[in-house]
Design a protein around this ligand. Sequence first.
Ligand SMILES: Nc1ncnc2c1ncn2[C@@H]1O[C@H](COP(=O)(O)OP(=O)(O)O)[C@@H](O)[C@H]1O
Ligand SMILES: [Mg+2]
Length: 297
Amino acid sequence: MTQNEMTSDDSTDPAAVGTTATPDPSGEPLVDQSIEVDGTDGGAQPGRDTVIEARDLNVFYGDVQALQGITMSIPENQVTAMIGPSGCGKSTFLRSINRMNDLIDAARVEGELYFEGKNIYDDDVDPVALRRRIGMVFQHPNPFPKSIYDNVAYGLRIQDETENLDQKVETALKRAALWDEVEDQLDKSALDLSGGQQQRLCIARAIAVDPDVILMDEPASALDPIATSKIEDLIEELAEEFTVVIVTHNMQQAARISDKTAVFLTGGELVEFGDTQSIFENPEHQRVEDYITGKFG
Ligand SMILES: Nc1ncnc2c1ncn2[C@@H]1O[C@H](COP(=O)(O)OP(=O)(O)O)[C@@H](O)[C@H]1O
Ligand SMILES: [Mg+2]
């Protein structure tokens, strides 16, 4: 990675314009020096299976604490769902994974969050480079007012990855299960697509440059049932190549598509985290059982 690529430039930081953070290709380092992961870095043991690890993570907005001492390890190449009632901190936690909370003035983060063994809140981590490896998809599809092609090519062009651009755009659209529907109309405006297609386009844009992790904040909650089911199928497929972390308020959706489920409850507490099947069939905590059986929330 060149010095230039490591320099934060708001004019080309997709996150800065409130859209999908585009990831970097090829696992480039987040800092100028390569990171030595020696297994003693704050005790983090990323191992092969843990890609993200939060340790006693607290997030505040001014005086209000939105997350309380979150400690959890998110496994590689699986779908991890975060569920819980509105306001319990799910979006806050998701944003803390790629430092999108940096863009909220009132937000303050304490504690540690490791991505592949590196604490992303260390001073030497460039959030723009981080967001290229940890992409994000939001609740409301937010394609750029550009062609379908240009949306997918966006991050690749910023990174000067324009060799075989057509091929890369096609691959991303195929991985996002959209190619068959748009292959003859790549020059058409993305804004003319249906909501479900727009969301799959945003996923194509996020994966075009091969991130490690894709964060999704209620990616289907603005879509109709058919479009939702396509997104759900796609998420399961994406986990073969990427680590997926999804926020959903739809418990059936979490049960259907996730491998791991984290239950957050009011006050920003992570109450239970484990295999999705055990969370739903045999939760350890009464409060979790009450929540998933619909007694509150
Ligand atoms: N930008 C913000 N400024 C101030 N408070 C916020 C902001 N975003 C979220 N909060 C507060 O933090 C808490 C958690 O919110 P959020 O992470 O959005 O929850 P969820 O996604 O689970 O609904 C809530 O009390 C919410 O009001
Ligand atoms: Mg939310």
